[in-house]
Design a protein around this ligand. Structure first.
Ligand SMILES: C[S@@+](CC[C@H](N)C(=O)[O-])C[C@H]1O[C@@H](n2cnc3c(N)ncnc32)[C@H](O)[C@@H]1O
Length: 189
């Protein structure tokens, strides 16, 4: 029986190697985005996005996903110690390539920084979504005018560009600028 493609390790915050989450938090502040519903792919064990969104007091709510039990353990400890953070920051343990559209909320912003980085034949072994299908599912939950953000520093950015390029060509998304290492796309309809 195929097992879930999950990670024994967790990722700590290493801004020099992977600044996407730090840039994302700065982007939200610089744009003055408030009261938004945010989906965040890849929490890290640091949970920087969820914690910083709470601490910023801008009323943004974050739904994160991780495929690392260790990162989920850190989340459990976080909400035990700081229940006020858990009020607006929820983290799902599982494979993003198994999302079900019926179980996803409507979104204003989706950060999909790790498209293509971790999707392997292990995910195929239990019929998981492809990168293209996963991105389309998440984009389908964005409200019109909602934003999808990608990380140009990803080693699999070619995959992210291919998928976003298709959605632009189909008139689903349009480029909406950049911020530090991030590329921003707006949903048109
Ligand atoms: C390289 S770490 C980056 C973490 C954080 N975004 C940062 O920049 O520090 C990749 C993250 O993606 C998550 N991840 C990888 N593959 C995943 C999958 N198939 N489903 C859900 N989360 C996944 C990992 O659990 C981890 O949180």
């Amino acid at each position: 029986m195929a097992k879930l493609n999950y990670y024994e390790i967790g990722w700590f915050l290493d801004e020099a190697q992977c600044p996407c989450d730090v840039h994302f938090v700065r982007y939200l502040a610089s744009e003055g985005l408030r009261g938004k519903s945010i989906f965040h792919f890849g929490t890290g064990e640091h949970h920087h996005v969820g914690i910083a969104c709470h601490d910023a007091g801008a009323g943004n709510a974050v739904l994160g996903i991780t495929a690392s039990p260790r990162e989920h353990d850190f989340y459990e400890q976080l909400v035990i110690e700081r229940p006020e953070v858990g009020r607006t920051y929820k983290v799902l343990f599982g494979d993003i390539y198994q999302l079900d559209t019926r179980l996803m909320p409507d979104l204003d912003i989706a950060s999909l920084f790790h498209i293509g980085e971790f999707r392997t034949e292990k995910n195929d072994s239990y019929g998981a979504l492809t990168d293209d299908q996963m991105v389309r599912l998440v984009v389908s939950k964005l409200r019109a005018g909602g934003l999808m953000l990608l990380y140009s520093g990803s080693y699999a950015y070619d995959v992210a560009e291919r998928v976003s390029g298709s959605l632009i060509a189909e008139g689903v998304l349009e480029p909406a600028g950049s911020f530090e290492s991030l590329r921003v796309f707006r949903k048109l309809t």
